[in-house]
Design a protein around this ligand. Structure first.
Ligand code: F6R
Length: 238
C-alpha cells in the first residue's frame, strides 16, 4: 500500500483528481469505478475544472458506481444517481449512457443481476473509494465474512447515523442498499482511497498500523491489493 500524507483535504482532493486525469489521458476509454459522499465531492469539483479548462475529456470514459440506496428513485435529492449527475456527469462531456449506478428502485434480484452483468462487462481500470467511520468500503459493512460479489446490505446503524447529515432526519435514511462486493472492488486495476474526517481515524489506524485483514473492518481487505494508494491529511496520521 502506498500512503500519501497531505497538508489538508483540499490537497488530497487535488492530488486524487490529477491521478484520475492521468489515467484518462493515458487511456481515453478508461472505465472508472466511482464513489459518492462528502470525501469525494471536491475530487469531482477538481475534475470539472480540468474539463472546463480543456485539459481533460470524458467523452470516451465509462463509469460504474460502488453503490446505491434501495428504495430511493433516481430523482431523489440523496440518491447516488442524483449525486453523480449534480457533482460530475451533468458538468462534463461524458455520455450518460456510459455511466452506471445500480438501479435502487427495482426488486433486489433484478438489481443484482443487472449490477453483476455490468461489472462483468466493464472491468475497472480504476476505483475511487471513501471510507465509513466503521471502516466500510462501498457499503460492505463490518461483518464476520466478506461478500465477494454485488449484494444487498442492511445498513449499519452507524452508517445510517453518519449519513443522516444529508437527510432531514435519520428516519429518512434508507435501511438497505446495494453494493459492489469486496471481490468486485478488489478487481479494479488501481485503487485510490481518500480519507476525510476525524471520525475515520480509528478505521485508518486499523488499515495502516498492522497487516491483519479483518472483515469487521472492511477497508483492511485493501492490504491484499497490489496497487492501492491511501490519501489522507497529516492530522489523521496514526
Ligand atoms: C459511497 C460509498 C461509501 C462512502 C463512505 C464515506 O458511494 O461507497 O463507502 O465512501 O461512507 O462517506 P463520506 O465521504 O460521506 O464520509
Amino acid at each position: 500500500m502506498k500512503k500519501i500524507i497531505t497538508q489538508n483535504h483540499e490537497e488530497s482532493s487535488s492530488l486524487v483528481a490529477y491521478s484520475i486525469a492521468d489515467i484518462v489521458r493515458e487511456k481515453k476509454d478508461a472505465c472508472l469505478g466511482l464513489a459518492t459522499g462528502g470525501s469525494v465531492e471536491l475530487v469531482y469539483a477538481n475534475l470539472v475544472q480540468f474539463f472546463e479548462k480543456g485539459t481533460m475529456s470524458f467523452s470516451d470514459v465509462t463509469t460504474v458506481n460502488l453503490d446505491e440506496y434501495i428504495g430511493l428513485p433516481p430523482s431523489h435529492l440523496q440518491s447516488y444517481r442524483r449525486f453523480m449527475d449534480q457533482n460530475l456527469f451533468d458538468l462534463v462531456d461524458i455520455d450518460k449512457a456510459n455511466t452506471y449506478i445500480p438501479p435502487g428502485m427495482q426488486a433486489p434480484e433484478a438489481i443484482l443481476a443487472d449490477f453483476q452483468k455490468m461489472l462483468a462487462s466493464r472491468p475497472r481500470d480504476f476505483q475511487l473509494l471513501g471510507i465509513g467511520s466503521n471502516g466500510h468500503i462501498g457499503f460492505n459493512e463490518p461483518d464476520s465474512f466478506f461478500g465477494a460479489n454485488a449484494h444487498v446490505v442492511t445498513l449499519d446503524e452507524q452508517t445510517r447515523k453518519d449519513n443522516s447529515r444529508f437527510f432531514d432526519s435519520i428516519d429518512e435514511v434508507p435501511r438497505q442498499a446495494v453494493t459492489m462486493g469486496a471481490g468486485d472492488i478488489m478487481k479494479a486495476s488501481k485503487i485510490i482511497l481518500i480519507v476525510r474526517g476525524e471520525n475515520k481515524r480509528d478505521a485508518l489506524r486499523e488499515l495502516l498500523s498492522h497487516d491483519r485483514v479483518d472483515p469487521r473492518v472492511p477497508c483492511t481487505i485493501l492490504k491484499c491489493h497490489k496497487d492501492v494508494t491511501i490519501v489522507y491529511p497529516k492530522e489523521l496520521a496514526p
